[in-house]
Design a protein around this ligand. Structure first.
Ligand SMILES: [Zn+2]
Length: 259
């Protein structure tokens, strides 16, 4: 595969970077990334991945665009209220970059469909807003050896990491940090808790940077580190995540049994 004349123009600011160059751009164009959730995190994430020329982007979401989404879900436009979010997002992404492929999955990810959907991609980015999906992806991406770039939001804070527990020692998963999901009634979603929209934009954009770094093999990975963003104090800090040898998803006995 070679870049076309148009692609040399479109990706000129990538190509000029020694760290990306033609080889890196071709790698992005050949990459397949699954984004789970076309909401507050998924919006900037999808936009930047499309603009960067990630060649195939899958989107999983079963919701429709509602007027209350538009305060933060910037991939959707007012004219698309009532449309499926996957269709609305695809329209926007194709307007930004018509040469990429966008595959839509208008489903809620569940244990019955997740395996088949995830199997078709190189990397998964979790922009969902619920613990059921987060734990489902944690377990599945470990089993299928897919890097998982996961972000989460609260009204004025966010967290981000990448999980590659299948690499073994020193590579924890989300369950190493939080073994089990919290009781559902303890965790308000955006609809109930509210959120400063731009906070989702910061985290979704950071998530896009980490996806692109992982695809290109650039810099230091967030693997083993949880990045925390405090918007009210304008602070970032990071904590190390230890791998739990007893982890039910990626513990020594689990990974050994799969060998
Ligand atoms: Zn684990």
């Amino acid at each position: 595969m070679e870049l076309s004349e148009d692609q040399f123009q479109r990706y000129a600011r990538h190509l000029i970077l020694d760290e990306v160059g033609e080889e890196g751009q071709l790698r992005l164009l050949e990459s397949r990334v699954l984004v789970v959730g076309a909401g507050g995190l998924g919006s900037p994430l999808l936009l930047y991945l499309a603009a960067a020329g990630v060649g195939t982007i899958g989107i999983v979401d079963n919701d429709q665009v509602d007027i209350t989404n538009l305060q933060r879900q910037i991939v959707h436009a007012t004219r698309n209220i009532g449309a499926l979010k996957v269709d609305s997002a695809r329209d926007t992404l194709c307007a930004v970059n018509p040469e990429i492929q966008v595959e839509t999955h208008a489903q809620r990810l569940d244990p019955d469909n997740a395996e088949a959907i995830v199997a078709g991609y190189d990397l998964v980015a979790d922009g969902s807003d619920n613990f059921a999906t987060r734990y489902l992806l944690t377990d599945l991406c470990c089993r299928r050896a897919k890097p998982l770039v996961a972000a989460a939001l609260s009204p004025f804070e966010g967290q981000l990491s990448i999980f590659r527990p299948y690499l073994g020692a020193g590579h924890p998963c989300y369950r190493c940090l939080f073994r089990d999901p919290p009781p559902p009634d303890l965790v308000p979603r955006c609809e109930e808790a509210g959120i400063l929209g731009a906070v989702a934009g910061v985290l979704g954009t950071l998530q896009a940077v980490e996806v692109l770094k992982e695809l290109l093999g650039l810099g230091d990975s967030l693997d083993g580190t949880l990045l925390l963003y405090d918007a009210l104090r304008t602070r970032f800090h990071s904590i190390r995540i230890a791998k739990d040898p007893e982890c039910p998803t990626c513990g020594t006995h689990v990974l050994a049994a799969e060998d």
